[in-house]
Design a protein around this ligand. Structure first.
Ligand code: BGC
Length: 737
């Protein structure tokens, strides 16, 4: 019997498909099904418990084992003791760092910096592969327009264009290699597709996504990941039009395989094949197995139903052997293409030097910070003018909380907290009075309020570190009321009474609704969960060693009831304008029951977000001028070039993220009021100007229209070069047939 190792020795040049075919010829049904079977093992004796299954070829993949010795021992059995010597996929959720933790994906997205995002993924890959892990379940590129949904933290925000650019960068960062593939971490585009649209932002809930929305908003980041070479996809827990994604022939076959030509592997989400029964799509696991295998799920994540039922489905010829071979071939292709079968996977790459990872995530944290408010230029602070600072709040000194959700392996010992960083920076110069004030962000005990007040009173100013602990966002951690939890807002109001400037640094996994509290801060920095080096990045920014450049990757609601609220909404037949909005407090008593504006707004919240998508301040100012467009009529298939001059008009160097938006004014289907189509980060010294140039091909204006075809439609377009999704320099053009 030839083993994969022997075949490998025939040389890498041997065609992948031939290698797959040769293996399929000699594998038993049980061994084939083994390749589709991903198991978890939580006991203390992982290797012992899994040894028989691996040796007999009944396990192709293992999830959540992170002990390098155990991984090595399992790979050793797979390679040297199983009949075909096929190595295992070792999966782990390495979402925004392994040991060294970068900001949450949502925080990384605020950098609008694909290069940086790619480097963060690279460091994760280097650290995780040094433990023998070869597959991560990231990036999560679900469009997230409802911040009640806890998984918004893991997302790259609300916009398909930005999420596509950053998701693709993550894929490349994970999968590229500096080390003969040994440090390649196979990426997984998840959750395919539509999961972010869970109703009411409640995790795992039903989704109602019209095909137009699915195609034009939710699928583009997945297509971008596919084009970036992602090797695997994960199905979504949710359903589309009554069919759970894990059984969706439309998503898994028609879109993914036929339209996009994907030839990697699709893994179910956790137990999701069995859950087809729970959804009520079928009555039992045999049927669930059949439906998932038919639709194109290659790997069963831990439900065990493939192992139990595929053999009988093949024996009764309900599932043709060719179908099974296709699924197995997809898994083998991933293993071959990732180089797992061509090198000794038991020889691990070296972990990168700690410091390189820490310096990078510090830079990432700095670029993720978004300055939302800065009244009277209270920031940056000048240490020479300060004697004493009151540092208040439950998140000033929490090494684990600042790492955020999905950190199973991250090492809080590598975290530097804001309090520690401020101490280190201001030692001997400024005194720091730290009052935690609340045990957690959820506490309701006000007994320390006066101590916080007194600290602020005897200091030059108060800096709050408040928001949400890591546990309040992420999977299965949705909230209905997304204001600051507990009595934090009251604490801020109380301390404000001391009459000193108040600075807020918000650490949170989601945009919080802060309409009732934002104006209590003289300055407000949104720090997300900034990761291992969040503290120094925040301290550097407070004191002007870093100039904030982040821009929001999601709209910030004024109040919870406004969500979902996102910039790329439709115009509707009754768009709101400032003139039409009436506030509930201004309704005269005895008013008629009708005629309150008659446009699309809330009586208590209007229609605007508190902070729009793309927004973020700097310590300097940027002027946008001299917009030009090279033509006002563009034939289909042609290009238009839009340019504008951006000048740093302040007295500090800074980075501006210049954004390009369009509006397709009339379509065969109604189109969003704005869509991001480009962005550029530019660094400008004081007084310096730069002419940004955006080139748009009419293909980039294509969408799935009324006839279901993907095409750009002739007609009028608005175009803006803007500092956010609001305002900017405007011109127009038309696509001609
Ligand atoms: C999550 C996935 C994750 C998987 C494995 C599931 O519950 O939805 O995103 O990759 O678990 O941990």
């Amino acid at each position: 019997m030839s083993s994969a190792r022997d075949m490998n020795s025939l040389g890498k040049a041997r065609d992948v498909e031939t290698r797959i075919g040769s293996l399929l010829e000699v594998m038993s049904i049980e061994e084939k099904v083994g390749q589709l079977n991903q198991v978890q093992c939580t006991g203390p004796n992982v290797v012992e418990d899994l040894a028989h299954g691996i040796r007999s070829g009944r396990i192709g993949s293992v999830i959540n084992v992170v002990d390098p010795d155990a991984i090595n021992a399992m790979q050793h059995i797979a390679i040297h003791e199983s009949r075909h010597g096929i190595p295992l996929l070792i999966g782990r959720d390495v979402i925004h760092g392994f040991k060294t933790v970068a900001p949450l994906p949502l925080g990384q997205a605020a950098s609008w910096n694909p290069g940086l995002v790619r480097e963060c993924a690279r460091v994760s890959a280097q650290e995780a592969t040094a433990y023998g892990i070869n597959w991560t379940f990231a990036p999560m590129i679900d469009i997230a327009r409802d911040p009640r949904w806890g998984r918004v933290a893991e997302s790259l925000g609300e916009d398909p264009f930005l999420a596509s650019a950053l998701g693709a960068a993550m894929v490349v960062g994970f999968q590229e290699s500096a080390n003969g593939e040994a440090d390649t971490l196979i990426a997984c585009a998840k959750h395919f597709a539509g999961y972010g649209a869970s109703e009411a932002g409640r995790d795992y809930n039903t989704t109602n996504l019209p095909l137009n929305e699915m195609r034009n908003v939710y699928l583009p980041p997945f297509k971008a990941a596919r084009e970036a070479g992602v090797a695997t996809f994960m199905t979504s827990f949710s359903d589309i039009d009554g069919i759970p994604a894990t059984a969706s022939d439309f998503l898994l076959d028609e879109v993914l395989r036929q339209e996009w030509g994907f030839d990697g592997a699709v893994v179910s989400d956790w137990d999701a094949i069995h859950q087809l029964c729970v959804h009520g799509l079928c009555e039992n696991d045999v049927e669930a197995t059949y439906l998932a295998a038919r639709a194109g799920v290659d790997i069963d994540m831990i439900s065990g139903v493939y192992e139990r039922h595929i053999p009988e489905l093949v024996a009764t010829e309900r599932l043709p052997m060719e179908r099974l071979d296709t699924l197995v071939g997809n898994v083998l292709r991933v293993k071959i293409q990732a180089g797992l079968m061509d090198r000794d996977v038991t020889v691990l790459p070296e972990e990168p030097a700690r410091m390189s990872g820490l310096a990078l995530v510090r830079e990432a944290a700095a670029q993720s910070l978004v300055l939302l408010r800065n009244e009277n230029a209270v920031l940056p602070l000048d240490a020479t003018r300060l004697d004493r600072l009151a540092v208040i709040g439950p998140l000033a000194d929490e090494p684990a909380e600042q790492l955020g959700t999905w950190v199973f392996d991250g090492d809080p010992a590598r975290s530097v907290t804001p309090l520690a960083a401020l101490h280190a920076m201001l030692e001997g110069e400024v005194e720091i009075d730290h009052v935690r004030a609340l045990e957690t962000t959820r506490s309701r005990d006000r007994s320390q309020f006066d101590a916080a007040f007194a600290a602020a009173q005897s200091a030059d100013m108060a800096i709050f570190f408040i928001g949400e602990e890591a546990i309040l966002s992420g999977e299965a951690h949705s909230r209905a009321d997304i204001t600051l939890p507990g009595v934090q807002a009251d604490l801020v109001r109380h301390v404000r009474g001391a009459g000193k400037p108040v600075i807020g640094v918000i650490l949170a996994g989601r945009p919080l609704a802060m309409g009732d509290i934002a104006d209590q801060f003289d300055a407000l920095i949104y720090a997300w969960h900034p990761g291992s080096m969040g503290g120094p990045a925040i301290a550097d920014t407070l004191f002007g060693r870093c100039v904030p450049s982040g821009k929001l990757p999601v709209s910030f609601p004024t109040m919870s009831g406004q969500v979902p609220i996102y910039y790329a909404h439709k115009q509707t037949g009754r768009p709101a304008t400032p003139e039409t909005v009436i506030h509930i407090d201004d309704i005269p008593s005895g008013a008629e029951q009708t005629s309150l504006g008659m446009t699309t707004f809330h009586l208590d919240a209007g229609y605007l977000p508190l902070y729009p998508f793309g927004f973020g301040l700097s310590y300097t100012t940027f002027d946008y001028a001299d917009l030009s467009i090279d033509r006002h009529h563009v034939p289909l298939g042609g290009r238009v070039v839009v340019e504008a001059s951006i000048t740093n008009t302040g007295d500090r160097a800074g980075t501006e993220i210049v954004q390009l938006y369009v509006r397709d004014r009339f379509g065969s289907l109604t189109r969003p009021v704005r869509e991001l189509k480009g962005f550029e980060r530019i660094h400008l010294e004081p007084g310096q100007s730069h002419r940004v140039r955006f080139e748009l091909h009419t293909d980039e204006l294509a969408f799935y229209g009324r006839d279901g075809a993907f095409a750009a439609e002739p007609g009028d377009f608005d175009v803006w070069v803007a500092p956010s999704s609001v305002g900017g320099l405007h011109t127009h053009f038309a696509i001609t047939a």
